[in-house]
Design a protein around this ligand. Sequence first.
Ligand SMILES: [Zn+2]
Length: 295
Amino acid sequence: MSFGRFISGTPFTPEPRFQWPVGKRCAVMLCFDVDGETTVLSEEAALAGRLTTMSQCAYGPRVGVPRILGLLDHLEVPSTFFIPTWIVEQHPKMTGAIMDAGHEIGAHGHLHEKLATLSPEEEEAVLERSLKIFREEVGIRPTGYRAPWFEINPGTVDLLHHHGFEYNASLMGDDVPFQHENGLVEIPGNWMLEDWEQFAFNADPAWGFVPEDCDKVFRLWWDEFEAMRDYGCCFVLTLHPWLSGRPSRVKLLERLITGILESNDAWVATGSEIADWVSRHPNARNEIDFDHPGS
Ligand SMILES: [Zn+2]
């Protein structure tokens, strides 16, 4: 290392963090967490009587999902929908429509339970109940998992592996995928690429913030996409149909996906496609952690 040789205007060209399929510089995973009414019910069952609050969240599966499916069909991009199985039971035709459109469905609790509030036995019981409902209601066995509120327990990774899952999309300690010791693939996300912080608001009970304008949110997400593309990262966007299914926000999503597609070197893939790539290419990751490589 020698210092003092900087030439003004020389661009910094980072090494890509990951080797993606030929011709692709980064990966894009579009996630829709269809929490719907469980957003309310997982907080407090008595809130079921708050019909306006409930209806705001039911807007997701009833209006947001059909609208988002229309956009994804128009743009011909695959996505991953993480759905609590309470929602699957209440909205089986919506769930079927997502499947018929060719998107992936992942597990996301039953009633969007916060895992930190569950014992290991309770956590496994929720997972088993969820898998049973997926099997009986829509005839599928999800291979991907996203923890409600993204938060997992120390035993969750082994629990998912034990129940045959291929990947988890809940941790936030990196911006490219990696494999846990048991082989389970992790596809990390982060709160910046989430719509709750941008758009969530409820008067009583009080949630969220003053909703942001779409131009500001577009800039936030687009700047991160462009930088993640430079670094060869995995851009994991997490949206909730009750928030991002509102008309101007679907337009925002159209602008974002169109820009991503026009870049020509972003691989837009489902979680299971990304997990499969990671499993088959164990040396694809460019490790940069000085102290904990490969973790
Ligand atoms: Zn959720």
